[in-house]
Design a protein around this ligand. Structure first.
Ligand SMILES: C[S@@+](CC[C@H](N)C(=O)[O-])C[C@H]1O[C@@H](n2cnc3c(N)ncnc32)[C@H](O)[C@@H]1O
Length: 281
């Protein structure tokens, strides 16, 4: 008999006392040992616990290497001018989240996902790298049209954040929005990239596409106390919650704005609709 012919647990699988599910118990009572049996000999394999410890150590090293290579990409891509107007959120996932202990990037995706209707027909404007589109919205919406005017962001999104229900479109939203009606529109981390006049015009276009029950949601930042812009590409930074709210109230019957604080940022979130919605319900 081929000695590799039979890989089997050292004893019949039994229910583990801890209740976490089936575990393998060897005749001597050792949990998780596996053996290769042949007609003539038995070869013991390392215990399951040892393999888990080795894999944890290996994954720790992989994360360290991944963190370093993502930091290197950040330094090359965002360390010199001209810097992209968008951000690659894989850098957050693999480097910044742990290195700077900053979970803001997750909060943004989670808050917008909370108001996306199941199977929504969705539009995302200023989608950037498409990370949130793919990882937070595409599992809830039935279809997503995601628009950005950046000539590098859209190919990046198509390459690294594609999904069967996402269509990425390169378009300047000041020149118009994709036609159609939508259950949800997300405008995340980008309203501040437009002038006050542009924001009002775009909001009118969004209202036309949302109808009576559609929901607009998004995120922006509060201007720094000294009035200095957080980013040279920002056209208008909001003074506070009320300053942001005033842009929506002429167009929507229901507007909710709330804020969160991080050491480096004062954040504003918004939800607007013609029908009341319970954001945290
Ligand atoms: C800070 S990024 C945010 C991207 C993405 N929403 C996110 O949360 O990571 C702002 C985005 O707005 C896009 N943008 C700025 N002006 C635009 C315009 N006129 N039309 C379409 N996209 C625009 C930029 O290309 C950039 O990707």
């Amino acid at each position: 008999m081929n000695p590799l012919a039979r890989l089997s647990p050292s004893a019949e699988p039994q229910k583990h006392k801890s209740g976490y599910g089936p575990a393998l118990v060897a005749p001597g009572g050792r949990v998780g040992r596996w053996a290769l049996y042949s007609a003539t000999k038995t070869i013991w394999l390392p215990s399951r616990q040892l393999l888990i410890s080795l894999l944890k150590g290996l994954n720790y090293l992989v994360r360290k290497v991944s963190s370093f290579t993502h930091f290197a990409q950040f330094a090359m891509q965002w360390g010199f001018s001209p810097r992209p107007e968008w951000f690659d959120h894989y850098l957050d996932q693999h480097w910044q989240w742990s290195a700077r202990n900053n979970s803001l990037w997750v909060e943004r995706g989670v808050f917008s996902r909370m108001v996306i209707k199941p199977n929504a027909r969705m539009l995302e404007i200023c989608c950037g790298d498409g990370f949130n589109t793919r990882h937070f919205y595409s599992s809830r919406a039935s279809s997503i049209t995601a628009v950005d005017f950046d000539k590098d962001a859209i190919p990046h999104a198509r390459r690294y954040n594609s999904a069967p229900n996402i269509t990425y479109v390169q378009q300047d939203i000041r020149d118009g929005l994709p036609a159609g009606s939508f259950d949800n529109i997300v405008w995340d981390a980008a309203i501040e990239h437009f002038t006050e006049i542009e924001i009002s015009k775009i909001l009118k276009d969004l209202v036309d596409r949302l109808g009576g029950n559609g929901v607009l949601s998004g995120y922006t930042i509060v201007e720094a106390p000294d009035g200095r812009k957080g980013n040279a590409l920002h056209e208008y930074e909001f003074k506070d919650k009320e300053d942001l709210r005033r842009f929506f109230t002429p167009h929507f019957s229901f507007v909710k704005v709330w804020e969160t604080f991080y050491p480096t940022r004062h954040n504003l979130y918004f939800v607007a609709s013609q029908a009341p919605i319970d954001v945290f319900g």
